[in-house]
Design a protein around this ligand. Structure first.
Ligand SMILES: Cc1ncc(COP(=O)(O)O)c(C=O)c1O
Length: 390
């Protein structure tokens, strides 16, 4: 192919970053005008705002009535680690990882926590590990959607409903885009800045009754810092799940998350979020299926993510290059489209195979997804010509 003409339609919004992600359509700072700024988070108003986040989360995310929902410090990482440090220890533990963030929980379990009976289920980028050894007697830590590989858990059937172990699911890039089977999940965590485009600050920690049982019946032998403590005197601190946060939250961020939740509610709720993410991802899948130079990083179609769609360059003119040059080639495309203000921050994660990651959850207008693809073709052909001429 000779070089392609430069496309003339740009996405209206070039932000395709996988975190923080773009905000909902039509967002402006006016959305925050009702924030309880300068007020105590323990005042009636502050607490009401936090309780509203919890109540609206239950409604929009369709969280079962008997699950607790809490706002916790330190974003998704804080929520996952407080669950791991508070609950793990009494049973054998399995940690599954198939990309960068799952690997972080492996490091926690393997190198930081003193766990006696630990099994790691791992897989390379593009694949899921084999979950068949999980039989419900172990505790399990896993990500619902591997953000840096674009591979999601497509079938949670391997988790028995009547398990004794607790399942800790980092769902930060899955929630509000992929259905979460609540009966399989005891701890679900996520942040506001990922699928809901909110401001980054806090984590959400959702607990099943089984998770609460664990918290109330087990006290870990290691010290727990105050920001990890979910129980007092062997009882769950219920206030955390009613808006009395452990320490000071940002009421500005809370307002922003309320705005995102209200937008989702007004736009066909959870199903609307699922449908828009699916339709957006499908646009990219249909595009790469017609191309020889690019493919989905996920090897199994059923496991392809509909939030951070991860793509790898498969053209032999690129794959025959040494790895660092492949990465430089992909990066030159990211830089080129950034300079054109077509797409920003969409490079593959630094530890992932060279390529791209386009965030397309339920807040991204489909026309922007359609508009970015001809630019990728154009940038690829332009860079291939440069490579030939070098
Ligand atoms: C799957 C997953 N887990 C954890 C994190 C870390 O999230 P946070 O920065 O909210 O702590 C990320 C961030 O992208 C992620 O994608």
């Amino acid at each position: 192919m000779t070089s392609l003409p430069k496309p003339d339609i740009r996405p209206a919004d070039p932000r395709f970053s996988a975190g923080p992600t773009r905000k909902r359509p039509g967002w402006s700072l006016d959305a925050l005008s009702g924030a309880a700024l300068g007020r105590s988070h323990r005042s009636a108003l502050g607490k009401a705002k936090l309780k509203q986040v919890i109540d609206l989360t239950r409604e929009v995310l369709e969280v079962p009535d008997d699950y607790r929902i809490g706002i916790v410090p330190a974003s998704d990482t804080g929520a996952v680690e407080m669950a791991m440090w508070s609950m793990l220890g009494p049973r054998p533990v399995m940690v599954a990882a198939w990309e960068n963030f799952g690997q972080a929980w492996v490091t926690d379990a393997d190198k930081q926590l003193p766990l006696n009976d630990l099994t790691l289920l791992t897989a390379p980028y593009g694949q899921l590990p084999d979950f068949s050894d999980y039989n419900g007697s172990q505790d399990l830590v896993f990500t619902a959607n591997g953000t840096t590989s674009g591979v999601k858990v497509a079938d949670y059937g391997f988790i028995p409903d009547d398990r004794e172990g607790v399942t800790i699911c980092d769902a930060t890039s899955a929630v509000f885009a992929q259905e979460l089977p609540w009966n399989k999940l005891d701890v679900v965590t996520y942040s506001w800045q990922k699928v809901m485009g909110g401001e980054a600050a806090h984590g959400m920690l959702i607990l099943s009754p089984h998770a609460v049982e664990r918290l109330e019946s087990y006290s870990p032998p290691w010290p727990l810092p105050k920001i990890f403590r979910l129980t007092k005197g062997g009882k769950l601190i219920e206030g955390i799940f009613e808006g009395s946060t452990i320490n000071t939250p940002s009421l500005l961020c809370a307002e922003d998350h309320l705005d995102g939740l209200n937008w989702a509610k007004a736009n066909n709720g959870l199903q609307g979020m699922y449908d828009r993410a699916d339709a957006n991802a499908q646009v990219i899948w249909d595009w790469h299926e017609k191309r020889d130079w690019i493919d989905n990083l996920a090897e199994n179609d059923a496991e392809r993510s509909n939030t951070g769609v991860c793509l790898k360059i498969v053209d032999p003119r690129v794959t025959s290059l040494p790895k660092d040059q492949q990465a430089a080639f992909a990066k030159s495309i990211v830089t080129m489209l950034g300079e054109e203000n077509v797409a920003l921050d969409f490079g593959a994660y630094r530890t992932a195979p060279p390529g791209f990651r386009l965030w397309v959850s339920g807040l991204t207008p489909i026309d922007d997804v359609k508009a970015v693809l001809p630019w990728l073709d154009w940038a690829f052909e332009t860079k291939i010509q440069e490579l030939k001429n070098a």
